[in-house]
Design a protein around this ligand. Structure first.
Ligand code: ASP
Ligand code: MG
Length: 404
């Protein structure tokens, strides 16, 4: 049996933790299984590297950021291999490039194009545990790339697909996927299973359990995986394709995304082509836009409207720069940017067949004295943008109302 295991930053956050991980791997291997391990950078290392670069300049070059950030995972693979050697387990570490992970050239958010795991198979056949650096790859031209924050999850899922692994386990510092972040909502409960789509909403909405792109990838290639803790032996949460019975549960979970920022353009001329011009420019800068809200025209004379949208917090400066360049050309009155927002979301495939969820959610927020700044919905989720300072309180109230 071939198993892919991924250990996140907290699971490898110290040499003690790395030794603990090595002991777990050794146990698996003693059962006769082939083990491929993907590791993240040690807890806090990536953040610290970013901080160092930004101490030098606010918007460092993306290629150099990749060269810098890839060192985090490279440290962990070697230490994990050494920890296995200390237990007399043969193990070899591989960088993303050495593992055959080929990506496109979009630095800091590269996409995996293909994986040629020849080296991994060779090493496994030679009786080794193979430790692969998460989050990184290489272009065909040999440039080092990284896959976006949280990208080690993607490495693990993509490797599980490429290697046709029997089992894919994502080890983290929580016992699985919860109805809400248990660090914020004490009454949150662990889920036995969840569908890809629900997990995707929870992940992209900032439940912080897994990188959303990795879940999309798993859905596309049908990779069933388990999210579980590296600190105990409790069973985790199985993530898989939606089953009929899952629709009986209206709300699966509540999440709070604190990683978004909001930009409002005041007094945008209301005529064809303006939104296209703005979002084409934002897209060309590789900035992801999430929610977009445009109001009806107001004012006498030339019709104008207000346009608000959200971007990932780290992209706010970049987005601001793009917008500032367009001010003259398009002629909006004012730009208001804030990162003091939170996006609160309610998720469940059962919403497809149940009514009244939005009304109950808004009523709960009203009772908690929380003002709603933006609303967006999909078949299986309702999201609102609210004041960041009220985020956790609002999350607790909504969780209590639906899942308490
Ligand atoms: N070290 C990278 C990050 O912190 C990738 C990962 O941990 O998955 O985003
Ligand atoms: Mg992670």
């Amino acid at each position: 049996m071939l198993i892919v295991q991924k250990y996140g930053g907290t699971s490898v956050g110290s040499t003690e933790r790395i030794k603990n991980v090595a002991a777990r791997i050794a146990k698996q291997r003693a059962n006769g299984e082939q083990v491929v391990v993907v590791v993240s950078a040690m807890n806090g290392v990536t953040d610290n590297l970013i901080k160092l670069a930004k101490e030098i300049m606010p918007l460092p070059n993306d290629r150099e950021m990749d060269v810098l950030l890839a060192t985090g995972e490279q440290t962990t693979i070697a230490l994990t291999a050494i920890a296995l050697h200390a237990l007399d387990v043969p193990a070899v570490s591989l960088t993303g490039a050495q593992a055959g992970i080929v990506t496109d050239g979009v630095h800091t958010k590269a996409k995996i194009q293909n994986i040629t795991p020849r080296k991994i198979h060779e090493l496994l056949d030679g009786g080794n545990v193979v430790i692969v650096a998460g989050f990184q790859g290489q272009t065909l031209e040999g440039q080092i790339t990284t896959l976006g924050r949280g990208g080690s999850d993607l490495t693990a899922i993509a490797l599980a697909a490429a290697l046709k692994a029997e089992l894919c386990q994502i080890f983290t510092d929580v016992d699985g996927v919860y109805t809400a972040d248990p660090r914020i909502v004490p009454g949150a409960k662990k889920l036995e299973e969840i569908s890809y789509d629900e997990m995707l909403e929870l992940a992209s909405l900032g439940a912080k359990v897994m990188q959303s792109r990795s879940v999309e990838f798993a859905k596309k290639f049908g990779v069933v995986f388990e999210v579980r803790s590296s600190l105990n032996d409790n069973p985790g949460t199985i993530v898989k394709e939606e089953a009929k019975s899952m629709e009986d549960i209206v709300v699966r979970g509540v999440s709070l995304d604190k990683n978004q920022a909001k930009i409002t353009l005041v007094g945008v001329p209301d005529k064809p082509g303006v939104a296209a011009r703005i979002f084409k420019a934002i897209g060309d800068a590789n900035v992801n836009v999430d929610m977009i809200v445009q109001n009806i025209s107001h004012g006498a004379g030339a019709p104008a409207t207000d346009l608000s949208f959200t971007v990932d917090k780290p992209d706010l400066l970049k987005a601001r720069k793009v917008i500032d360049h367009l001010t003259q050309e398009i002629g909006f009155r004012e730009v208001i940017a804030t990162d003091d927002i939170g996006k609160l979301s309610l998720v469940g495939v059962g919403m497809k067949s149940h009514t009244g969820v939005a009304g109950k959610m808004f009523e709960t927020l009203a009772r908690a004295g929380v003002n709603i700044e933006m609303i967006s919905t999909s078949e299986i989720k309702i999201s609102v943008v609210i004041d960041l300072a009220q985020g956790e309180q609002a999350m607790k109230a909504v969780h209590e109302a639906f899942l308490g």
